[in-house]
Design a protein around this ligand. Structure first.
Ligand code: LAC
Length: 229
């Protein structure tokens, strides 16, 4: 089975989250890295809760709410304007050059490429502008008002390309996103952040792991077989 299109996760994948440590350090001197990781955890928890409870607000709102609650947890005072300004940093995160190289290599091989993200339409549009017209598709969960790993999100890639799931590649550094995409049937490459990063068993097919430099060749070669669920 050959892949016809490849989609990339945005936050933590095309756009590494490391710069948030320094930003959070300005809000909480000496505790920036702890605040940043807690912020990210609360942000993702809130997306799952909102999806399961059917209480949609877009990712920009979720991101601000998560930062607010994290600062409260750490007993850090910040006014609403400061919190909102800090949350906008997500939209301004620099792209990983290794990611750009992999995207360009896939494009040069004739693959259509896209972004599939929790990011709001507005935030995604501003990121796409910065990434210089590389992407054939820019898909936001706003279209289905549910967050990853709801199957409706991964189905957006099928609807946009007309390709079946097993002919769509998906690249993410987020283990839970890899699990969701693999369960939906996409051909996933998981950019495991460290050799010690593991996911608990959640019933998802195992996603192969790769580094950015391995992603293009992994997705350009046909799958040995499709793994049935
Ligand atoms: C996204 C989340 C996973 O960009 O960060 O979809």
């Amino acid at each position: 089975v050959r892949v016809q299109a490849v989609f990339f996760d945005l936050f933590g994948t095309l756009l590494p989250l490391d710069p948030l440590d320094e930003l959070c350090d300005r809000l909480a001197p000496g505790r920036g890295a702890d605040v940043a990781i807690r912020w990210r955890t609360r942000q993702i928890e809130a997306t799952w809760l909102r999806t399961i409870m059917d209480r949609w607000e877009d990712f920009d709102v979720v991101t601000i709410d998560a930062l607010r609650s994290t600062l409260d947890e750490f007993d850090i005072r910040a006014d609403d304007a400061t919190v909102a300004a800090a949350a906008r940093a997500f939209a301004q995160l620099p792209v990983n050059p290794a990611a750009t190289a992999a995207v360009d290599q896939l494009r040069a091989a004739g693959m259509s490429v896209g972004i599939l993200t929790n990011a709001s339409r507005t935030t995604l549009d501003s990121v796409v502008d910065r990434l210089g017209g590389r992407f054939d598709h820019a898909l936001s969960v706003d279209a289905v008002r549910r967050f990853k790993p709801d199957p409706a999100v991964y189905r957006l890639a099928v609807d946009a390309t007309g390709a079946p799931p097993e002919q769509i590649g998906f690249v993410t550094a987020n283990g839970w996103d890899a699990a969701g995409a693999a369960t939906f049937g996409l051909r996933v490459e998981w950019l495991r952040p460290t050799a010690r990063t593991v996911m608990p068993s959640v019933g998802a097919p195992a996603a192969p792991t790769a580094s950015w430099s391995e992603v293009p060749n992994a997705l350009l070669s046909p799958a040995a077989s499709t793994s049935p669920l």
